[in-house]
Write a protein that binds this ligand. Structure first.
Ligand SMILES: [Zn+2]
Length: 374
């Protein structure tokens, strides 16, 4: 497993010119990976974007599956070379063979695949063994971003934990997971999450059977709403911020009252960017890949918590519209916004609960399909 060095981007100190120049670059290289996945996605996206719509149209079930958003526009022809920070660690794998899991293929017309694994090493290894080298790593990333809301990954994964995943391979994009059932040996508890798009939302999200969203949301975060979180600090990829996929032009708010301390530094990597420093505090917030900033916004200017300070964009080294939100303490220590902000979970409107229940029943029935092995 390749690892980015521990120090990567962890100590941006503006007083050191070399570090100051190198770190945002590395940081944003990681951002790019975090936002839109792995080089294979980038390499393939350009070639396959045109096919993707066709492939999806052919593969999706006739009804009941949430709409698939458009392929992210315009990946660059040359992907940024970057190390692979994805593989989550686990206790060293032993030679214990995996429990036999049915290698079930659902009927081809659904476009969905089911995989069941019993964890006996790194999640990526377990999944790659079942679904192959091409799908395993990106599937592990998507699954990890869901699991982290239940357990620490990899720290709290245990040998023997069981995972059942219903997913949809997509050309040039990460696979889309529609349902996930997980049994944690550490917590001795079963968890389930299902993809569902409540009306009138534009994008599907994961829900617990209770109707609560899987993901936490930030109170007083920089975005009121977004399509999807595509990178988290806790997903094991050494990425320094949270990436929120959101259309260009989404209002970006100051997460605290303070002062604008930097603007548009290292533009090639960060794009249009802002650094805010909290009044009377030690925290700074970095907001990267923004849309063009108003000229009237100047370094030294005071901003109030909740004030719209920018619009999200797709500038700098960014492969699709998103906001990179990074929180630092004392200019050095990276904070997890999901630990620094108060958080909450949204619940589905009661009017939509029956539709969610129906979708859960449908997805469960697909997960329960057992094909003869071999
Ligand atoms: Zn990022």
């Amino acid at each position: 497993m390749r690892r980015m060095p521990m120090s990567l981007g962890l100590q941006p100190q503006r007083r050191h010119p070399i570090r100051a120049a190198a770190i945002p670059f590395l940081l944003v290289a990681a951002t790019a990976l975090g936002a839109f996945g792995r080089p294979w996605v980038q390499q393939r996206a350009a070639a396959l974007a045109g096919l993707a719509g066709l492939a999806r149209a052919r593969l999706l079930p006739a009804a009941g599956v949430v709409a698939t958003p458009a392929v992210p526009p315009g990946p660059p022809p040359t992907p940024a070379p970057a190390p692979d920070p994805a593989a989550p660690a686990l206790a060293p794998a032993t030679s214990t063979p995996a429990a036999p899991a049915p290698r079930a293929e659902l009927p081809a017309r659904t476009g969905l695949r089911r995989v069941a694994v019993r964890i006996d090493g790194p999640l990526e290894t377990s999944l790659t063994r079942e679904v192959g080298r091409e799908l395993g790593p990106p599937l592990a990333q998507v699954v990890t971003r869901a699991l982290v809301w239940w357990v620490k990954v990899p720290g709290e994964l245990r040998r023997g934990d069981r995972l059942e995943i219903l997913f949809e391979p997509r050309e040039g994009e990460e696979p889309r997971v529609h349902a996930l059932r997980f049994h944690s040996g550490k917590l001795e508890q079963a968890f389930r999450a299902y993809l569902f798009r409540p009306e009138p939302e534009a994008h599907p999200r994961f829900f617990h059977p209770t109707g609560e969203e899987l993901e936490l949301r930030l109170e007083r975060g920089p975005l009121d709403d977004y399509e999807q979180i595509t990178s988290l600090l806790r997903d094991g990829r050494r990425h320094q911020g949270v990436d929120f996929r959101t259309p260009v032009g989404t209002p970006v708010k100051a997460p605290f009252s303070g002062v604008v301390t930097r603007k548009n530094w290292n533009w090639r990597s960060n794009g249009n960017c802002l650094e805010l420093t909290e009044s009377g505090g030690r925290r700074t917030a970095l907001l990267l890949h923004l849309d063009e900033l108003p000229r009237t916004l100047r370094v030294g200017q005071r901003v109030e918590e909740g004030q719209v300070v920018a619009r999200s964009g797709n500038s700098g080294r960014s492969f699709a519209p998103h906001l990179h939100y990074q929180l630092m303490e004392g200019g050095e220590r990276v904070l997890d916004p999901f630990e620094s902000h108060p958080t909450y979970r949204r619940a589905i409107p009661s009017s939509q609960k029956a539709a969610l229940d129906a979708e859960i029943a449908r997805l469960d029935s697909l997960l329960d399909v057992v094909q003869p092995s071999g």
